[in-house]
Design a protein around this ligand. Structure first.
Ligand SMILES: [Zn+2]
Length: 249
């Protein structure tokens, strides 16, 4: 192989490697929110995080936030959220329902391809505590099957619908080593009449009160999707740093 051909091949390989690198704040410029760092958890280690119900996420410092989005993926709205995150080089975790994984698999794959993490959030968002133990376990199995069909592995993280934990599923998730993600703060973004200004105000107040942590939002809600670009600016302008949670193994 001639030197030039070899050099060209090296350049191609290098370009490929660079393309695979995570997009960090520098790519969006210093004014973007960016993703300041990553906390990597080990697949299968389980645990339960978020001070509304459990211990803080290990290693998360004051002034740091983790973005989480529940109930998607759904057409249009999830895309809107993904576009806003991309524009700020911001990485989030999406807790997806099994029914939406089955119906909108391409969106779920897009979220992961764009560097986000994906966990699960029940099959069809029931009040799990009203179901029999067998029905709860069936819901988890169906949701994991939907996730596995798309991603080839079981989900490493779970958020309970309505944050309504049940002993049956807590035990099953612990046994499977699936991490339970509760929250540290929320902006109650499930009211259809909410405006962007209202959501921004709620987020600002919650950040002041809690000093950071795991934030719950809903990518399947139109007010949130419409507000998300503004909400990311609120986080940046208040000086909070975004942390992305990923899994290895
Ligand atoms: Zn939900």
């Amino acid at each position: 192989m001639g030197f030039l051909r070899h050099a060209a091949l090296c350049a191609l390989v290098l370009a490929g490697a660079l393309a695979a690198l995570p997009v960090m704040a520098a790519d969006c410029g210093p004014d973007a929110l960016g993703t300041s760092r990553t906390i990597t958890l080990k697949r299968g280690d389980g645990g339960a995080f978020g001070t509304v119900q459990h211990a803080p996420l290990p290693g998360l410092a004051k002034g740091e936030v983790v973005l989480t989005f529940d109930d998607g993926p759904v057409p249009v709205l999830t895309s809107q959220v993904l576009e806003a995150l991309k524009a700020e080089c911001a990485r989030a975790t999406f807790f997806m329902t099994g029914s939406n994984l089955d119906a909108h698999g391409e969106l779920a794959k897009r979220a992961v391809a764009e560097g986000h993490s994906a966990g699960i959030h029940s099959y069809s968002h029931p009040h799990l505590g009203t179901l029999t133990a067998a029905a709860q376990l069936d819901d988890l199995a169906r949701t994991q099957a939907a996730y596995r069909r798309l991603f080839g592995v079981a989900a490493a993280s779970y958020r309970f619908p309505f944050l309504e934990e049940t002993p049956t599923l807590m035990e099953a998730l612990a046994k499977d080593g699936v991490a339970v993600f509760s929250i540290d703060l929320a902006i109650t973004d499930w009211q259809p009449a909410d405006t962007t200004a209202m959501l921004a105000e709620r987020l600002s107040k919650a950040l002041d009160e809690k000093g950071g942590g795991i934030i719950l939002m809903h990518d399947a809600n139109k007010p949130t999707a419409d507000a998300i670009a503004t909400l990311l600016r609120v986080i940046k302008q208040k000086g909070f740093r975004l942390v992305h949670v990923t899994w290895e193994g």
